[in-house]
Ligand binder design. Structure first.
Ligand code: ADP
Length: 484
């Protein structure tokens, strides 16, 4: 990050410096040219003025002094040249005035001895002022720049040529100074930016460092640990919080698995130990009556049935969890399924003198018939189990919006309030002692409702306990009527 940052800044600085340098070079050159032009022009106008004034008086003076006019004019010209050169007040610029043949008539060198030279023939001005770059001059490494102007105020003969020259040294010095500033300031800025960037990046990424150190320590054994959340409102804080939520969910899932294992082994142990004890007691004596053997075997058979059911239920749930329980949908009538299942349940209910009533209109449906039958059987088994003698169970099927609601209502004892939120959990039983000792197939281990709920959800529906109190319980399975 810091390297990128410094790299980009270096490019920006480079572009900026180059821009400033170019602009300054141009502006310095323009200023120099302007000053040369001004010097040349002012010299030209001062020479013109002196000549015009002097020459105007020449005939008069020639007459009064009785000297030839040409002599007076030559004198006037000489004076004008000297006066102009003397007046010239640009300290950094050298001035020279030539005649048309290129002979030097008058000049003023700069304090550091720069002389203005005759420009090459091709730059002789054909316009008021002509700027030019004098050819190579050993003395001045920085180069020279000049301006030439032609003055034709003379009465006879060819015009004068005024040349002003200046060294580019001052400009070059200013540019050198600027370069030096850049050479020092740019690396210094980059260094500071790098240090600052590094510091900021370290500071900004410190939470990530802390999070990864902590995350490396978390495994299945200490899933309760959480990542440090420095500031819950920034992006990293939200990341840490999301990660912590994930840990929470994983931890819960792990807990459930552990609980499932513990419950499962507990449930499997009971029938096994009953069988073991029965066998031991029976075998204690070398001989027994046939009826005693039969009794023992019948007891063991009941335990084996129970074990088989537990294992089958667990297997069903395990496959469902792994997503390897493909539904086998078919087209059938829900009301028929309900009738058949209720008929089967009546055999069991009859022993307790419990009646099972069905109210269901013809309802075609698409779904896994066998699974739905098992779901209904589980609900009915529970209803029969928890309904006292003489009670009634009502099974209904009614359309409701876009769903079909299968309801199973019993006139049983109801489920205690504190147990209601848990009845769909695996291996949960509201009253363990009672269930286990129950005779009428009361061999529930607490998986019946878990399986029923899974079956309904696999059909994209919902199974809920809608009501449960002293007058009985009502379970409702809502199945979408477009279920496939
Ligand atoms: P079980 O195999 O013990 O019946 P379930 O998962 O089917 O297991 O039910 C879990 C618990 O919910 C039962 O132990 C029981 O306490 C309670 N329960 C379920 N259905 C009823 C009902 N119709 N009336 C009263 N209690 C019920």
């Amino acid at each position: 990050m810091t390297l990128w940052y410094v790299g980009v800044l270096a490019l920006v600085l480079l572009a900026f410096s180059a821009g400033v340098y170019t602009l300054l070079t141009r502006s310095l050159n323009e200023r120099l040219d302007g000053s040369l032009q001004a010097a040349a022009q002012s010299t030209a106008s001062s020479l013109t003025r002196e000549l015009t004034e002097g020459l105007a008086e020449a005939p008069e003076i020639a007459e009064a002094e009785e000297v030839p006019l040409a002599q007076v004019e030559a004198y006037v010209e000489q004076e004008a040249l000297l006066g102009t050169v003397e007046e010239f007040s640009f300290p950094n610029e050298a001035l020279a005035i030539f005649d048309a043949q290129g002979r030097l008539l008058a000049e003023k060198a700069t304090p550091d001895n720069l002389h203005a030279a005759l420009p090459p023939f091709d730059v002789l001005p054909d316009q008021p002022v002509r700027l030019f770059t004098p050819s190579d001059n050993q003395q001045y490494d920085a180069g020279l720049r000049g301006a030439a102007v032609r003055v034709s105020a003379r009465t006879k003969g060819a015009p004068y040529l005024i040349v002003v020259t200046q060294s580019l040294k001052t400009n070059a010095e200013e540019l050198t100074l600027l370069r030096r500033i850049f050479y020092i300031a740019a690396p210094l800025t980059l260094l500071l930016a790098a240090l600052g960037g590094f510091f900021l990046a370290r500071k900004a990424l410190a939470p990530v460092e802390a999070m990864s150190t902590r995350a490396q320590r978390i495994n299945a054994e200490n899933l309760k640990e959480r990542l440090p959340v420095a500031n819950p409102r920034d992006e990293l804080g939200r990341l840490a919080a999301a990660f912590n939520d994930l840990l929470e969910r994983l931890n819960n899932a792990f807990d459930q698995q552990r609980q499932f294992m513990a419950d499962a082994s507990h449930e499997l142990r009971t029938p096994l130990s009953v069988m073991h004890t029965t066998a031991e007691v029976t075998l204690e004596q070398p001989r027994r009556l046939e009826s005693e053997y039969r009794e023992a075997l019948a007891l063991m058979d009941a335990q084996v049935s129970r074990l088989t059911r537990i294992v089958e239920d667990m297997f069903t749930l395990a496959r469902a969890d792994a997503g390897r329980y493909p539904l086998q949908p078919s087209q059938f009538y829900l009301d028929e399924l309900i009738d058949e299942t209720a008929q089967a349940a009546r055999m069991l209910a009859a022993r307790k003198n419990v009646s099972v009533e069905v109210v269901a209109a013809e309802t075609p449906f698409q779904g896994d018939e066998e699974l739905l039958r098992q779901m209904l059987l589980n609900l009915l088994n529970n209803a029969i189990k928890y309904t006292p003698t003489g009670g009634t169970i009502r099974v209904g099927l009614a359309p409701n919006h876009s769903t079909y609601e299968i309801s199973v209502a019993d006139s049983g004892t109801g489920i205690p309030d504190n147990a209601q939120p848990h009845i769909f959990e695996r291996f949960y039983r509201a009253d363990k002692a009672r269930t286990r000792t129950e005779a009428n197939g009361g061999s529930g281990v607490g998986l019946g409702l878990s399986i029923a709920r899974w079956i309904v959800e696999a059909h994209n529906g919902q199974l809920e306990l809608r009501r449960s109190d002293a007058s009985g319980s009502l379970f409702v399975a809502s199945l979408p009527n477009n279920s496939h």
